[in-house]
Every structure is written in C-alpha cells, then in structure tokens.
Design a protein around this ligand. Structure first.
Ligand SMILES: [Zn+2]
Length: 422
C-alpha cells in the first residue's frame, strides 16, 4: 500500500491525471476506485484511505489523484505510476520529479511542472457556498469542500471579493477562517454606490467605517486589495452615474492613503474610469487589477498603459472578440480568476472549443439533489480555474504551465498573499 515513508519527507505536493482505462490500472488503484464508486456512486470524488492526505477525482476521461500532505512520500506517490497510463504529473514542492514517459497521452499532460493558481476573484462569502439560495437553505454548508477541491488541483490562494460594507466584513471573516489561503478585498462595488447616500448616518460616516475596517484588516493580514470598486454603466438601474462617480473617486483616495493595490470593475465606462484613475496611479506603487475584463482590444491596451493588470475569467472568454483580446494580453500583466459563483465557462461560449483535454470538473447536480463531493449546477467555483487557464493557454498557443506561472507571479507581486515575490 502507499503508506507514508517515515524517512526525511520533503512535504511533496503532487497530483497526477491518468486514463481510467482499466487495463492500465494497477490492481491497488482499481481497488481504490471501485471502493470509491461503491461509496459514492453519484460523485467520483473521494479521499482514499489507502493514500493518506490524497484525493481521487474521476470523471469522464480523466482521473486526478492528488496528494497534498506530508503523509505521502514522493517515491510512494510515484510508485502509483507503475502500470498506469499516466498523462501528467504535477509537483508543487520545490523538489521536482523526473520526467515520465506518458505512453501516448495528450501533449499538454507531459509536463512535470507545478501548476499553481491564485483565484484572484471569487465570491466565497456568497451564501450559495453555505448552501443558501435566495434566502432558502437548499443543502448543507460545503465551503470547506469547495476550497479543498480547488486546492486539490493546485489553487491554493483565493481572493474573496468584498462588494459593500457588509459583504466586505463577510469576506474578511472568510479570510480569517482560512488564514494563508483566503484573503479579502474591501470596498463598495459601483452597483452598490447608492448605499453611501442611503447610509443612515450619512456617506461620510460610511466612508469612515470602510476606512476603519480596511485599516484593521490590513493590520491583521486579511485584506490585500481595495475593491471591488469602479464604474458600471451597464447597470445604471442599480446605481445611477452620479453616486458611482462620486464614491469611486472617494474610495480611490482611501486606497491611495491606505496604500493597497486596487481591485477594479469597469463596464461600458472606460472614459470616466480612466479619467479618475490616471492621476492617482503614480501614488499607487502596487498598482491594481481590472477584474473580469470584457473590454475591447484598445481598452485593454489602455489599461496596461495605465499600469493595471488584467483579470480573465469565463466571462472574459465568451466571444471571438473576447478571445482576440485575451490573446493579446501580455503574460506579465495577466491574472486569472473564476468570479465564482458567477462567470462559468459555458458550452455556448467561444471558449468551449478550447476545452479539449482540459481537466474535467466534478459532476454537477441540482442544488436540491446536492451530494457531498458534487458541484452544484450553475454555481461556478474555484476548481474551475484550471479550465480558465487551459483556455487561455490554448488561445495564446502556449502551455498551461506558462500561463499559471506568469499569473501566479503577477498576483503574488501585486497582492502578496503571504508569499515572497519571485
Ligand atoms: Zn466585477
């Protein structure tokens, strides 16, 4: 069995994908897989007891086995290779495994490099990750599982979006529950800008509360960006232009004063957006990121020229025009996100044809049919970041590793996230 080797372990952090065609599997793995299927027939996701600290995920063509703990030794893990039709091995530890022969599996899988992801925009404080939809409890709280299965594919850092004063507090509480993994952004989204004028003690008081919240959370190491702030002229019915402009400006000034990088949102407002940002960028050495970018090629170039990075998720990959823009984003300015529970990649999107060979997702069921280990239909979650990276790599004609490494380094450089910048 693949038990831990007690001799000087180096904390390996592995995962491997392989074909489930039975004839290639070692008897031990066949045993583990059939035991897992028997235990959870709906959802092919389990933590095989035989491999401590590991997770097994088998859907469609791909099986992913991930081991992320000191409980399994590198040589034990690599021992699984025997008799497997291995399509890739990823190592997230500093010690990298030797190259494998991969017996005719797709090219993208040949890599021996680490795949590590930061989901720079994910709304983990949304009640749907607690099983609550439109105020009704549909299933049990599965936030731990959502985070764990993202970690199992190499997504180890999450930036939890704050969208108003209350939501920012929720984002901070998620960050403090998962220290070292989750970090919050604090700010008031343009669509919520009217909340300032509706605040019982007045807009100034709300700005003050925001300030106090950010300063404390920054000191505690839980907040890494000021946002989500910006302008959204697509949804003026939620907040009219005037409060949007007024409180975008006021919050930018707070960000400059507190010295946090920006987490930005811009929709159909690029002229005003750039006009308010430009004079402040010189005083923001950590710059910022426009998340969920869906603008034109020219807008993208202007964002880059302003000093901003560009965040790409499923919504940024919907149309052919989107894909042309993503293709042109310089790697040194690219960051990736899921924007879960929103912005999933859909079969009708232009991105769909770039999904061949992409890591499969766990089975998705209706929320009423929720089962442990399953995703929920229509609820995007951070495990899908691997597919965002896959599409970007395919569009750009480069490897997934190149995309991941660049995006990881850009995110760490801008937001820190408890890591040392390369
Ligand atoms: Zn947004």
């Amino acid at each position: 069995m693949y038990t831990a080797d007690k001799r000087n372990r180096r904390t390996p952090d592995w995962h491997t994908d392989f074909s489930p065609r039975g004839s290639f599997l070692s008897p031990e793995l066949q045993g583990i897989i059939s035991a897992t299927v028997a235990a959870q027939p709906q959802c092919g996701f389990a933590r095989p007891a035989a491999i401590p600290g590991s997770a097994l995920n088998f859907f469609g063509r791909n099986i992913t086995l991930a081991a992320r703990s000191t409980a399994i030794d590198k040589s034990d893990f690599l021992g699984l290779n025997k008799g497997l039709n291995l399509s890739s091995v990823h190592c997230n530890s500093t010690a990298r495994p030797k190259a494998f022969s991969t017996s005719g599996q797709p090219k993208m899988a040949e890599s021996t490099n680490a795949l590590r992801y930061v989901d720079i925009g994910v709304n983990l404080s949304d009640p749907v990750f607690r099983g609550e939809y439109h105020g009704k409890q549909a299933h049990e709280d599965d936030l731990d599982d959502v985070i764990q299965r993202a970690k199992d594919v190499g997504c180890s850092k999450f930036m939890v979006t704050g969208s108003d004063l209350v939501e920012s507090k929720h984002a901070i509480s998620v960050a403090s529950k998962y220290p070292g993994f989750c970090y919050a952004t604090v700010g008031v989204h343009p669509c919520q800008a009217k909340l300032f004028d509706e605040y019982p003690e007045g807009a100034q008081k709300m700005l003050q509360e925001l300030w106090t919240l950010v300063v404390q959370a920054k000191k505690d190491g839980h907040v890494v960006a000021f946002g989500e702030i910006g302008l959204d002229y697509d949804r003026l019915f939620l907040s009219p232009k005037e409060p949007q402009l007024k409180y975008f400006e006021a919050q930018l000034d707070l960000a400059v004063e507190i010295q946090l990088p920006l987490f930005l949102h811009s929709r159909a407002a690029s002229e005003d957006f750039e006009r308010l940002l430009a004079p402040r960028m010189a005083r923001l050495p950590k710059r910022g990121l426009v998340h969920s970018f869906t603008g034109t090629l020219e807008e993208m170039h202007r964002m880059i020229a302003l000093g901003l990075d560009v965040g790409v998720n499923g919504c940024s990959l919907k149309t052919e025009e989107n894909l042309e823009v993503v293709k042109a984003i310089p790697l040194e300015r690219l960051q990736i996100e899921t924007d879960g529970p929103w912005c999933e990649i859909r079969p009708s999107h232009a991105s769909a044809k770039h999904l061949e060979g992409a890591p499969e997702l766990p089975k998705a069921v209706k929320k009423e049919k929720w089962q442990k280990g399953c995703m929920v239909k229509g609820r995007n979650e951070p495990i899908a970041i691997a597919r965002v990276a896959h599409v970007i790599a395919s569009v750009k004609g480069i490897t997934v590793e190149e995309v991941c490494e660049a995006a990881w380094n850009n995110s760490i450089r801008m937001f820190g996230l408890g890591e040392k910048s390369a």
